[in-house]
Design a protein around this ligand. Structure first.
Ligand code: GDP
Length: 471
């Protein structure tokens, strides 16, 4: 870890220790004084980072109860495709009593907040779909307080409905069932309530504790009742956060905007974020240049459960990344670069074939792999490219995406690509100067595209080329 932080080879550190008369293996723990000696040997400057940073990033101390104030609930809508998730999100958004300035355009920043006449607020994550939910959870970001499960009465319980139920149970989050499309002739909600029993979901009417509500996203009926039930559930959860502290949050969406640079939508978990604040965001850092809300309005501060888009980042973070305000730019840079080095190390490790993979390859004759690193301008395109590339695989050769990330090509990408002899594919993004320099030295190839089909065709051709004429 010391080697990692110093950006030196582990071997050089252990050699130095031996030379100083303190032999140690690379996994041994060394004390602070010894570490300082090593640093001095290498001529590095010493900066102490507390253990807490290493463990959990930047999360600060716990809040005292007196400082906690109620906060709005954060709601995710899940359900089978075409059951009306998007329509319901739009309809609920329409119930907001706080409208943007006249002519203001609705911004899709990954989430929005509605305010009721009575002043209560609810935040909805507006990326429906289970991938987003599980991807966030996989990164340790459980930001959803309540899930609304949408079931179209005419279609009934479908595979993704069942999947959603599993996700919800697994996450231990309360669920409210919205039986949708009740405007359609012959609507029968009872059918759904009964069918849900099979999946161990008991709504109140069936003697259980799960709330349900009949809605029509297109006819806009039942929306108030749904909002009431969400607020009731929220009350039971006693959701609270301390607004009077440095802000912490979670990235819900991030992208590279051609004009405005890297942008991240963040949901504030606690504290209040202000323009001018210095922050760490995943392995990037920045200074808040502007905060934009879901109505496209520039705001000066953002408190708990409010989604905001932040301008002023050094690069594009990932959905689920932690966000935290820190005191100084030096600290922000330090933590960001440490995290970046940890990420690179983890990626390099995961790009090595596992024992099991090696065994399978041996058993099945030889399956060659074609490694590649993909960088693109939006999360959506990057995911689309990665899944298309993964599908090219044949029995003889299989594509192996080492990394699929958003943003320009960086030195880290080049070192990852070099380790596996992979080319780097840039979709609507280019490499920075440093990355180009290292790539030339290390003979890593860049390939730029702006059309997915061209990209796929080229990858196919390259894979066939690697196999030789027999393919
Ligand atoms: P999603 O895939 O779950 O996001 O579903 P969408 O919101 O895209 O809706 C799928 C289709 O169902 C669209 O054609 C909608 O117009 C339609 N739809 C959604 N909600 C309702 C509803 O309450 N009533 C009726 N009749 N159609 C609906």
């Amino acid at each position: 870890e010391l080697a990692n932080r110093m950006a030196e080879r582990t071997m050089n550190i252990t050699r130095t220790l031996a030379r100083l008369g303190m032999p140690a293996a690379s996994t041994d723990e060394i004390d602070q004084d010894t570490a300082e000696l090593v640093l001095a040997e290498f001529g590095h400057t010493i900066v102490r980072v507390s253990d807490a940073d290493v463990e959990i990033g930047m999360v600060g101390e716990e809040d005292i109860d007196d400082h906690l104030l109620p906060r709005p609930p954060v709601v995710t809508i899940m359900g089978h495709v075409d059951h009306g998730k998007t329509s319901l999100l739009d309809a609920l958004r329409g119930t907001n009593v706080v409208k943007g300035e006249a002519g203001g355009i609705t911004q899709h920043i990954g989430a929005y907040q509605i305010t009721r006449k009575s002043g209560e607020k609810i935040t909805f994550l507006d990326t429906p779909g289970h991938e987003a939910f599980s991807a966030m959870r996989a990164r340790g970001a459980d930001i959803t307080d309540i899930v609304v499960l949408v079931v179209a009465w005419d279609d009934g319980i479908m595979p993704q409905t069942i999947e959603a139920i599993h996700h919800v149970k697994d996450a231990g989050v309360p669920m409210i069932v919205a039986i949708n499309k009740m405007d359609k002739a012959g609507a029968d909600a009872q059918k759904i309530r009964t069918a849900l029993l099979q999946y161990d979901v008991q709504v109140e009417e069936m003697g259980g504790e799960v709330q349900d509500v009949e809605v029509s996203a297109t006819a806009k009926t039942g929306l108030d009742e749904l909002i009431d039930k969400i607020l009731l559930q929220a009350e039971l959860l006693e959701l609270k956060a301390n607004p009077d502290r440095a802000a912490e949050g979670t990235v819900i969406e991030a992208r590279l905007d051609k004009g405005r640079g890297p942008l991240a939508s963040v949901l504030i978990n606690r504290g209040t974020l202000k323009t001018g604040d210095i922050f760490v965001i995943g392995a990037e850092w920045g200074k808040v240049r502007a905060l934009v809300d879901d109505q496209g309005k520039q705001i000066k501060t953002a408190g708990p459960a409010l989604p905001v888009e932040i301008l002023g980042l050094s690069g594009v973070p990932k959905a689920g990344d932690a966000f935290a305000v820190v005191e100084t730019e030096a600290r922000a840079r330090e933590v960001a670069s440490y995290r970046a080095s940890v990420e690179t190390a983890a990626r390099t490790e995961s790009s090595m074939p596992s024992l099991e993979e090696q065994f399978l390859a041996l058993k099945s004759g030889k399956v060659e792999t074609y490694p590649l690193v993909i960088k693109g301008d939006t999360q959506g395109t990057v995911e689309a490219i990665a899944s298309a590339v993964n599908r090219i695989s044949t029995d003889l050769i299989k594509a192996k995406v080492l990394l699929a990330g958003v943003g320009g090509i960086t030195e880290g990408d080049v070192s990852l690509a070099k380790a596996s002899g992979a080319p780097i594919i840039g979709f609507n993004v280019r490499a920075n100067a440093k990355a180009r320099e290292i790539a030339t030295r290390d003979k890593v190839e860049f390939k730029y595209y702006d059309v997915i089909y061209d990209l796929i065709d080229d990858v196919k051709a390259a894979m066939a080329g690697q196999l030789g004429p027999e393919m």
